[in-house]
Design a protein around this ligand. Sequence first.
Ligand SMILES: [Zn+2]
Length: 117
Amino acid sequence: MSGLTASCACGAVTVTVPRRPDYINDCNCSLCTKLGTTWVYYAPDELIVDETGLDSFVRSDLAEAFLRTFRCAHCGCVTHWRLIRPYDPPRAGVNAQLFEPGVLDGIEVRLVDGRSW
Ligand SMILES: [Zn+2]
């Protein structure tokens, strides 16, 4: 097996990554909390996205939004995000909730206090 695939609930959008992540970020900021997402990170060009029926969102409550979140236009699951501003190192996030149960077992979960930033 090469790679791991995250899939929205209806299966229209899939994101495939090349390997297990080093850690999972569980962030308490208003966006992550409301989306119900936790995140794993890769270099932007490591994501293989089947973009059938993809919709996206950029938050407007920040002076400078850094990322665009993508979601399935059919079932609504948020699948991943991509940067819309330069960031070092460049990276992209995949919703860790969308992998099959057990796939990410044993990987460190890091609690991130994004709400205080
Ligand atoms: Zn879907």
